[in-house]
Design a protein around this ligand. Structure first.
Ligand code: HPA
Ligand code: ZN
Length: 326
């Protein structure tokens, strides 16, 4: 059987995608050459060898290291266009795209360069790729709450292009409550709110992201399955979860894909979506994730269609935009 989604991609929205995580080795080397940046890998093959991760932190180390090649507006434009082309080929009609301004500002690349560069691609994405987009600015949770607030302030001139805020990077030891104030300020500015929770961190972080941060959607949320009362709440309140199955295997959140709780989560009535997280690092884009869960978990066509439909329901598209996209 040919891979179902690759052969006939379902129209879908991608809601959990770090644009920096779409940096393919070939583009990393091209940008390194263009910008005169020295990489500590001889070639793309040697770089790919480094993609054997133990956990979230071992991935993040490489993810932040390779960002050194992203320096100009054009770099961010090229990065986003490469992602949008690949996503469109896998059926993506709408993408809500994370970016990590603090990781760039720390290297001397201003938030304006990042947003303007990304926007050169996103602003024309509907015409060029048939993909509508939203931009979600993430705070790095292993940095201070003050740094997050400074980032929100620095983003003020760009808020016409930023739909919401998120929370990512090393989870354990950095509970959502640390970011209570900045999420309050973001809400007051009319920004949508999402947060990574329950990837490596405990179910309590999911509850906290909902109660303290006002998160409208939980990124990953896998570990909710350890707390039946929390599952009941997520089902009752229709809180979307943006799952990333290939990411979970690569970061060893689950041992093998066949053990992934996605079928149990769907059976429990959770509003699950399937996404790629950092596709250049984790072995595939969103259609590849659909194909992987289909073959490893035996999801039938109805389940796959449910996942695609959920992705639009869980998106920040308005109803009329949503109808057009799917
Ligand atoms: N988890 C947390 N932070 C991240 C991830 C992730 O999967 N990808 C990029 N930043
Ligand atoms: Zn993520």
């Amino acid at each position: 059987k040919p891979p179902y989604d690759a052969a006939m991609p379902l129209p879908k929205a991608e809601l959990h995608l770090h644009i920096e995580g779409t940096l393919e080795p070939e583009l990393a080397f091209a940008l390194a050459a263009r910008n005169g940046v020295e990489l500590s890998y001889a070639d793309t093959e040697e770089l790919r060898e480094a993609y054997r991760f133990e956990d979230l932190q071992s991935f993040l180390n490489l993810y932040y290291e390779l960002m050194a090649v992203l320096r100009t507006e054009r770099d961010f434009e090229d990065l986003a266009n490469a992602y949008l082309a690949r996503a469109a080929a896998q059926g993506v009609r709408h993408a809500e795209i994370f970016f990590d301004p603090q990781a760039h500002v720390a290297r001397g690349v201003g938030i304006g360069t990042v947003v303007d560069g990304l926007w050169r691609a996103l602003g024309r994405s509907e015409e060029n790729h048939g993909v509508s987009t939203r931009l979600i600015m993430c705070f790095l949770r292993d940095r201070s709450a003050e740094s997050a607030m400074e980032t929100l302030d620095a983003a003020r001139p760009h808020l016409d292009r930023i739909a919401g805020v998120g929370l990512d990077s090393a989870e354990v030891g950095h509970p959502p409550v640390k970011f209570r104030e900045v999420y309050g300020a973001a809400a007051a500015l009319g920004l949508r709110r999402v947060a990574h929770a329950g990837e490596e961190g405990p179910p309590e972080y999911i509850t906290e992201a909902l109660d303290v941060l006002g998160a409208e959607r939980i990124d990953h949320g896998l570990r909710c399955m350890e707390d039946p009362a929390l599952v009941d709440r997520l089902v009752r309140d229709r809180v979307p979860l943006t799952l990333c199955p290939l990411s979970n295997v690569r970061l060893r959140t689950v041992d093998v894909l066949a053990d992934h709780p996605l079928p149990a989560m769907l059976d429990a009535g959770l509003l699950c979506t399937v996404n790629s997280d950092d596709p250049a690092y984790f072995g595939g884009y969103v259609g590849d994730n659909f194909d992987a869960v289909r073959s490893a978990l035996g999801l039938d066509e109805d389940r796959l269609r449910e996942l695609a439909r959920n992705s639009f329901l869980a998106s920040f598209l308005e109803d009329d935009e949503e109808r057009r996209a799917r």
